[in-house]
Design a protein around this ligand. Sequence first.
Ligand SMILES: *Cc1c(COP(=O)(O)O)cnc(C)c1O
Length: 362
Amino acid sequence: MNKLNIYLKNLDYNLKVIRNQLRSNTLIFAVVKAWAYGSDMIRIAKHLEKLDVDYLAVAYAEEGRILRQEGINLPILVFYPQLDGLETIIDSNLEPSLYSASLLKKFHQLLKQKNKKSYPVHIKYNTGLNRVGFNPNEVSWILEQFKNKQFELKSVYSHLANSESIVKDVNNKKQIESFLKLKKKHEDNPHSNPKFHVLNSSGIFKNNEYQFDAVRCGIALHGFTNHPDLDQKLKPLVSLNSSISQIHKVKKGEYVGYDLGWKAPKDSIIATLPIGHADGIGRHFGNGIAKVLVNGIKAFIVGNVCMDMIMIDVTDIPCKEEDTVIIFGPRHSASEFAESGGTISYEILSGLGPRVKRVFHS
Ligand SMILES: *Cc1c(COP(=O)(O)O)cnc(C)c1O
């Protein structure tokens, strides 16, 4: 059956490599959103708590609430709070990113109601990604807000649109210039003394001169930098195995799968695996697009991906029922597998379904 093997020692290893890219006093926000990129948010967070990280970060309040319920004590930054999640943030002692005036005002009002003072918050600026964040021209209004005793401004941050670019990209430069102006204005303001950060995993490996006071790393903990050469420095945290349910012979001209997705060009041998789109293998991986490893040899997925199963062409591969098949792993990386289906490691990892058994190795 399907197993997502999770190698905790590779988490220790990747974190050390990340550390080595940074100054010794740079803070690390370990990003465990989206169920720790599809692995197991609780186990990963508990392990990270024993390691050298300063913060955890999640996307939404509910993820942080679950971590608190599981007894995690590290400070937790919530990247994308929604108005209806602000109460959870306070009740679970989470730290919100405030990225709009409406969010900031509502949060302030709630803190007053609950009689909270010096509550830790973070400010997110939009310097060019155009996803969430205050417009840089709102900085004076924001600085005014920190006269307010309800807030303690922990950090000010932004996110690069092109941190994956290995060359010194002009867009990054523009965003950094804008961020530096904001940084100066915040530093000149006597009401707060925040940390500053812009880098995610790619940035740590490609633009570490912009590390400022902190970095936010997610995918690098899982072994990826968004660059195949730099990935060699890291070790994959997880590997996904399946196994052969059945093998059958099809004659030249016969079809495989729904909608007659694949027509055998010659007499062929087909193996069926118990993994499908409900487990995170999207439809776009089917029809001869993506490959998996059977006994060390690459096999194409043929026919349309079904909800519970996929079929692979093993005509020239010695194999038998119950043999293990590597969907992705050390010799066939998640990023390579993802790319063959026209997507990226983030999507394939975070999209793994709940039926895939998570198996931990220390
Ligand atoms: C998800 C996220 C990160 C982590 O990005 P990686 O590329 O996985 O390191 C950092 N910052 C923000 C705001 C995010 O949403």
